[in-house]
Write a protein that binds this ligand. Structure first.
Ligand code: NDP
Ligand code: KPL
Length: 307
């Protein structure tokens, strides 16, 4: 399969690397130094078990027009850059190209749909974790399943994508009700990301510190109520247990939002806690805890983004 990776940072390097074992992989990123390092030495991936794997994609570039249409385009660009990134990579998207989003949060699909017909979009979740180390070099921090589904497109597309991922050694499954899985993953990000970013603490503290725990619980309770108002069927106690289990399992991690504020980058708050606030407003469900934490993160990032 001809596969493109749009955004080849931490996660794009992991997926691009593994997929290049069996597929024809083209990686595209705006960061010139990183692309040059991949061209020179391949993608170096420090595996959770300790060894370093090296993968060689077919082609690495900063210019999507060099690639042409692919069968599958996986987007690992952050949400706020997604629409522009896809417009810039239009030449990679043919009428049969499947575009896959595995990004965190709720909102990526709508950004993709501004540029790509919905019939061609697949979305899902990944339980892998990755951290960028230096150009051409990333750390794989944890393994897990990749779930794929469609909202409007043919379900066969999700099966095709899951199959291509499995061929490359990923644990992957297609699902009829992918929104349920996206919400499920979101609840853990709701509990962990913004709190750790505000307090500059690792993930475990959300489960262990009583004040953080109470705040996380209140935010997850709101999020579950909102998800259920959209037609999902979540048991709030089970989701709370899962969210705190994730906090413990990834205990020493600095969450992606904490990494963003540390590097003075715009965070994904709008599609994490912000998605709960937005959907809550549409469904008439109050979400005061999520609203306050959104304002605090927006305030924090406004100081360094100067906007
Ligand atoms: N890291 C993780 O463990 C996980 C991340 N995710 C999700 O995956 C997504 C990506 O995360 P992650 O890999 O950590 O992020 P990174 O910031 O490491 O990677 C994103 C890459 O996209 C590049 N980029 C920006 N604009 C464009 C463009 N127009 N065309 C091509 N590339 C572009 C960025 O360059 P630049 O930095 O110069 O902007 C960067 O190299 C996020 O939405 C996140 O929620 C999901 C699960 C786990
Ligand atoms: C699960 C968790 C919280 C792991 O750090 C994550 O997905 C993130 O940091 O965005």
């Amino acid at each position: 399969m001809k596969i493109g990776l749009l955004g080849c940072g931490a996660m794009g390097s992991l997926y691009g690397g593994y997929l290049s074992k069996v597929h024809e992989v083209y990686v595209c990123d705006v960061w010139k130094e990183h692309i040059e390092a991949i061209r020179a030495n391949g993608i170096r991936l420090d595996e959770p078990e300790g060894e370093t794997a090296v993968f060689t994609p077919k082609y690495a570039t900063t210019d999507p027009s060099e690639i042409g249409p692919v069968d599958l385009l996986i987007v690992f660009v952050k949400y706020m850059l997604l629409e522009d990134a896809l417009k810039n990579a239009k030449t990679m998207i043919g009428k049969d190209t499947i575009v896959l989003s595995l990004q965190n949060g709720i909102g990526n699909y709508d950004e993709i749909a501004k540029v790509v017909p919905e019939e061609q979009i697949c979305c899902g979740t990944t339980a892998h974790g990755c951290t960028f180390l230096e150009p051409g070099h990333v750390r794989h921090t944890g393994r897990g399943i990749t779930n794929v589904g469609t909202l409007k497109g043919p379900y066969a597309n999700a099966e095709k994508v899951a199959d291509a991922l499995r061929q490359a050694g990923f644990e992957a499954a297609a699902h009829e009700n992918v929104m349920q899985l996206i919400w499920h993953k979101l609840f853990a990000n709701i509990a962990i990301n913004a709190i750790t970013a505000l307090l500059d603490q690792t993930n475990a503290t959300v489960a262990e510190n009583p004040y953080e725990h109470t705040l996380a619980e209140n935010m997850v309770r709101e999020a579950v109520a909102v998800a259920n108002a959209t037609g999902c069927h979540f048991d709030v106690e089970a989701e709370l247990k899962n969210a705190f289990d994730v906090a413990i399992a990834t205990g020493t991690n600095r969450s992606s939002m904490l990494q963003d504020v540390t590097r003075q980058r715009e965070t994904e708050i709008k599609i994490i806690n912000g998605a709960v606030v937005k959907t809550g407003k549409e469904a008439g469900i109050p979400t005061p805890y999520n609203e306050v934490i959104c304002q605090l993160i927006q305030a924090k990032q406004s100081f360094y983004l100067k906007k």
